[in-house]
Design a binder for this molecule. Sequence first.
Ligand SMILES: NC(=O)C1=CN([C@@H]2O[C@H](COP(=O)(O)OP(=O)(O)OC[C@H]3O[C@@H](n4cnc5c(N)ncnc54)[C@H](OP(=O)(O)O)[C@@H]3O)[C@@H](O)[C@H]2O)C=CC1
Ligand SMILES: O=C(O)C(=O)Cc1ccc(O)cc1
Length: 443
Amino acid sequence: MTVGTDEQIAQWKKEKIVGIIGLGDMGQLYAEKFSEAGWNVVACDREELYDSLKEKYANAKFTLVQDGHRVSRVSDFIIYSVEAANIDKIVGLYGPSSKINAIVGGQTSCKRPEVLAFERLLPSDTKIITVHSLHGPKVNTEGQPLVIIDHRSNDNGYSLSLVDSIMSCLKSEHVYLTCDEHDKITADTQAVTHAAFLSMGSAWAKSETYPWDAKDNKWQGGIENVKINISLRIYSNKWHVYAGLAITNPQAHKQILQYATSVTELFTLFIDHKKEELTERIMKAKEFVFGNHTGLLLLDDSLLDEFSLSEKGRNSINSVPNSHLSLLAIVDSWYQLGINPYDHMICSTPLFRIFLGVSEYLFLTPGLLDKTIDAAIDDKAFRSIDLEFVVAARKWSSIVSFESFDLYQKQFDDVQKFFEPMFPAATKIGNDMIKKILAHSKK
Ligand SMILES: NC(=O)C1=CN([C@@H]2O[C@H](COP(=O)(O)OP(=O)(O)OC[C@H]3O[C@@H](n4cnc5c(N)ncnc54)[C@H](OP(=O)(O)O)[C@@H]3O)[C@@H](O)[C@H]2O)C=CC1
Ligand SMILES: O=C(O)C(=O)Cc1ccc(O)cc1
């Protein structure tokens, strides 16, 4: 990290202005954190919202202005914190107003399209240093990875040092990558994680199942609570975050397709009762992904029993063995694609670490994988929901490959409606669960 000296930072705090275009969840987080740390921050959202936002931010430490022109004209570091699908349009609108020699960056989750928009639409004197906080707006920024991409600065590190210094108040771990490195890693980690949890939610919604309430004790105990809480957490969020991340990243299409293929092929082995073939395939994947694993597991199932949306979900004693198709398939996908998920830990989101944690738990807890394979082959209890899961995984993969934002939103909204009544409870319990998991995995 190339943070300036204390004197340098004190001087910059007097001279420099940080601009934020888009005061949604992430823009607001940055505007508040930077201004609380003593930086001068100027921010805007859509022009038509200015009057109502004036009231909302009347006591804020940052200055609200009407539009992105007013942010761009005065700011030394401008951050576009807007929907990925609109980055071209919005940079096209305000980019030409950028202050001479300003540093420009963005928060969108896939960097190649963002950087192409900057190269095409910004004045050539501007510098491009872009960022990506690898966590959602409600997670404590401290210790989380923050990717910084110095794409075009050519000033011997001066601009990078200014960006590092501004960002340092988040207390995140700065990770320096190129935009292609960033997009490859986030395709391997985030995109496929979301595909799995989106597919779980779709499968439950299609079969009209609230899993925490299932009469046949199917989704009880820690691992199941993780699946349910993370899936609902994603569906309680804004669809465009997940759509943008997957659709605008061509490298993500391949990962999501492989996930859908692994889901389909494993399910076919289940229904064909090909136990030997299934076991061999899963053991190969286990050896590839977890063969060198030593030390503690990232997660402890019993630690998570309490985080259920229902009373009975807190007790895993009577739960029936699950085929865990979603988890077998992610490990199989990593194997098929030659991805070692532990290589990406320095650049991972909380949801990815949790997904890896539950997969690790399934594969490395003595006896659990055998019990899971037995259930997958012999037990029909999960057949129909596994079938819905196959359909859902394939559907999400097609939507992403066809790059259809409209279909993505429609599919997301349908499931969101189904789970909506549970969102307040799920958000609370999900936040507590994530806090506990993150504290545990730090140890
Ligand atoms: N949420 C998350 O967990 C994370 C999101 N990201 C990425 O960060 C970016 C922002 O995400 P997030 O804050 O969650 O999304 P939000 O939808 O909450 O924020 C985007 C904001 O930009 C506003 N906006 C749209 N057009 C303009 C404009 N012309 N001028 C000014 N503001 C405008 C939007 O208004 P309106 O809603 O009216 O369109 C909205 O308030 C996205 O690209 C997302 O993918 C990155 C890391 C984490
Ligand atoms: O942790 C996750 O995967 C999230 O869902 C939050 C999130 C969403 C988008 C990003 O670009 C980064 C983090």
